[in-house]
Structures are given as C-alpha cells and as structure tokens.
Ligand binder design. Sequence first.
Ligand code: GDG
Length: 512
Amino acid sequence: MSEQPATGQTPIDALGLPVVLLSHRGPVSFARSAAGRTAQRGSGGLVTALTGLAGHLPEAVWVCAATSDEDRRIAVEYGDKAVDVALEPAAHISEGDEPGPHLRLRLVDVDPRQHEDFYSVIANPLLWFVQHGLYGLASAPELTRREREAFDTGYAAVNAHFADAVVEQVHAHGGRALVMLHDYHFYLVAERVRRECPRALITHFTHIPWPEPDSWRVLPPDLRERIFRGMLGNDVVAFHTRRFARNFLLGCQELLGLRVDLDAMTVTAGGREVLARYYPISVDVASMEAMMGSDAVQEHLQALDEAFLSDRKMILRVDRTDPSKNIVRGFRAFDTMLGDHPELVGTVRFFALLQPSRQDIPEYFDYIGAIGGVVAEINARHGADAIELRLESDLPLAVAAYSRCDVLMVNALNDGMNLVAKEMVLVNSRGGVLLLSENTGAHEELGEFAITVYPFDIQQQADALYAALTMPAAERQDRLVAAAAVVRHNDVGRWLRRQIRDVLRLPAATDG
Ligand code: GDG
C-alpha cells in the first residue's frame, strides 16, 4: 500500500493538526554552570529517533519530565507554557527567530516522592519485569502494600499529572490535536486526556514487548485491568510487532472479556473501536552516517584497529546492563565456544560496551556484579584480554565498534525492537555477522540475514558464534548488504509516516 496520499504530499504534510508528544525522557536536559545555562541532548533510541522527526511535525510540543535542577527551575519559570529550544549549533533556549531546527518543550516537574514510586517501584521494576518475563516466579515478585500504594500514589498520580500537562497543550490549540503518547510509563494517560479533550486523536506507542495474557496474571486483576482500560482510552495502540499487537487484543479478550476482531485487529470498548497496530521502529540513517564520519568516531576506529590488529577478530556487544539483554549467558556461550574450539583462543576477542543502567534497582545492581564475575572467570581461563569489558557510556566508541566488528551478539531474552542490531548492519565495513535472538522485534525484519540465536540455549549460541566466525567472506557480505538495505528502506521516517497515515484514516480524523 502506498504511503503517499493522492496529492503527492507525505502523510506528515497532510496531517494539518498540531502534535503533542509525551515521553518520560525528553530531547534536552538543562544544567547550570559558571558559564550560565547549558543544555545537553538526550540519549537513547526513542529520544534520538523522535528529536530528528519532531522538527518536521506541525506545531509540535514535546511534554516530558524535568530531570535536572535546572529543568525544574525552567518548569517553574515557564509554568504551563512551552519553551522554544533551538537545537543547533548547541541546544539552547531560543529568544527569537533563529534559523535551524527548533523544538517546543513543556517540562513537567514531579514531586520527588511520587516520582520515586512511579519510576523506581512501578514502571522500571514491576512493569518492565512483567513485560520482559524477567521474574523467577518461585520467589518474585512479592507484591505488598508498598507496591499497591505506589501504583495509586505514584504511577496513577504521576500519569494524571502528565495527562493534565498534555491537556493544557491540547486546549492551547483549541482542543483539537494529535496526541502521541510513549511507552510503559504512561499507560493511564489516554483515558484522562480523552475525557478532557474529546476532539483529540490519541495514539500510544509501547517500545517494549507486550506479552501474552497469562504473563499479566502476575499482577492482580484490579491492577492489570486498570492498565488495559487505560490503554483503551487511545484511538490507536501501537507496538513494534504484529505479535505484540495481537497479544494486546488477546489480553483484552481474556482478561477483560471484551469483543476483539483479530482480522481487523480491533477491540470494542465502551462503544468505541480501538485499533491495535504495529510499526517497527528504526534508526535515522542520515544521522547515523553523519556520526560515522565524525572525528570522534574516526579516532576510536584508529584505536580499535591497533588493539585488534588485522588478524584478530572482534565479537561485539553494545547494551545497557539490563538483565533482559542476557549478557551473562552471552559470555558463557563465548567460553563454551573457546572450550570447543581451542584453536581460536588468542585469535578472537569479545569487546563488551555496557552502559550501567538503573543502579537503584537491586536486580540491576547485582547484575553488574554477575557480569564482572563471569568476565574474570573466563579471562582467567582463556587469557587476560579474551573479554574486554567497558562499563561506560560512549556512543562514538559504540559506533566505531559497530563498524569494526566481525560479529555482533544480540541474544536478548526479550526486546521490543533492538536498535543496536539495526545500527551495526548500517555502518559495518567488515562483513559483520549479526547473531540475533528470536525474541527481539528486529528478528521479524532481519532474522533471515542473521544467525538466529535462542537466548536460553548456551550451546546453540556457542555454535552460532563459531558459525559466524568461520562463515565464508562472500556470504557474510551478502547477508550484511541485504540487512542494511532493509534498514535503509524501513527507516525511522517511515515508522512515523505509517503511523500518521493510519491516524488520517480514522473516522474521527475527519469529524473535526
Ligand atoms: C528500548 C527498547 C527498543 C549505544 N551505546 C551507547 C548508546 N547507545 C544507543 C544505541 C541505541 C540505543 O542506545 C539502545 O537502543 P536499544 O533499542 O538497543 O535498547 P533499549 O535502550 O533497551 O531501548 C528497545 C528501543 O527502546 C526503541 O523503541 O528498540 O527494544 O528496550 O540507539 O546506539 N547511547 C549512549 N551511550 C552509549 O554508550 N548515550
């Protein structure tokens, strides 16, 4: 089906509605130093993707949390008004008509105790764990009064607070706007926005897996029903894959007893039809290529070439230290592979670039300890530099390593999409082979060009590593080129255009 309306305009040109975006992390965060107010661009898949696109959306306002002290000062200073931010040369609050890309930002200040309950009791530990299947159910979770109270006074209260900020922005545009909500932090926002702004069009994009109905039974009925009912306040609920969209509908059927149509991918609730759709997110090809050409990446590339010499192969992984990424089993597979093929010891190194993540959550804190332990054990067995572990955030280094690696390991237990896999195939120049977990959203697009791995099967991952390291050069190159072509075609601009195309087809889009 064509993405272009008959006029030849893109769906974004044809939208003709102001857009209000909501995500927890925003595109810019501010700080104060002796030199005055400074701004830093946000990181992470969602923010990078949307920052590039937001400038193309009509009258876009981005609502997000104030995360630094300076953000909070700005939130107080500007109240419910949006701040105009120029993104170039360095991001700053714009005082007038400056050329270049701009964003309008509405920073929302949240009471720290409410935020703690919302973020560090419910969203990150509980919802993330349920949706990635991370619980060892014999002992976790233990839901106590703390979690129940945190759901009401943290999660629900913070959702209401952000919903009110969204409502203000919609009202500032006369009550009619496209509202695009993002991720597992905000499942309860849509119903409140719909109540206050019945003429708004509302979509929600979930960046993480949406599991099958039985997984939600970890939560008691009242909590899981509030989440599903909250989502039904949207016009469109969107996911990375067809499987996740289908799981949402099956949950509506089995947990709420609602009527769903699995062919049309709709659910009827309260006399309204809600669409479940899937749009695989992707990367911004142009900015990835621009970064590849930057001085920072080129300097790292030179250092990597020296460290690996021409004859040593590099297995790479780039991940947050999140248990869902399955880092420990990946190292065990490398260990098994070297044990099975001792002739490879000394000819291949594992380069692991891991960004410490969510260290306030005990499971995440312990996970870094487990990673350090297994690396020490393997290096004691196979040589001190068998695995090079870097626990730091350095995007230019990650991009240089994408370009230089011979194998990228992505063996996640569960992953909504996995942008790292897409980024590597785009910039690699050595016939890099992708090892890709069947449980990533990216597997639907890239699985046929990758070696599929099964995340719990360490022997199979070891065999896959060996197969990748010994694959003939021509086959490696063919697979890489084909995978890169898919990413180029299905880039992040297409991800957004397809969503807007579907919004324009909603009956409510023409009701005015
Ligand atoms: C969630 C979902 C979904 C890499 N090294 C550094 C760094 N990166 C960038 C990568 C990539 C992003 O971080 C990671 O994205 P992923 O998709 O791999 O994983 P999550 O962070 O878990 O993202 C995921 C995504 O949302 C989008 O919907 O694909 O499934 O879990 O772009 O290049 N960024 C910084 N420093 C680094 O060292 N700042």
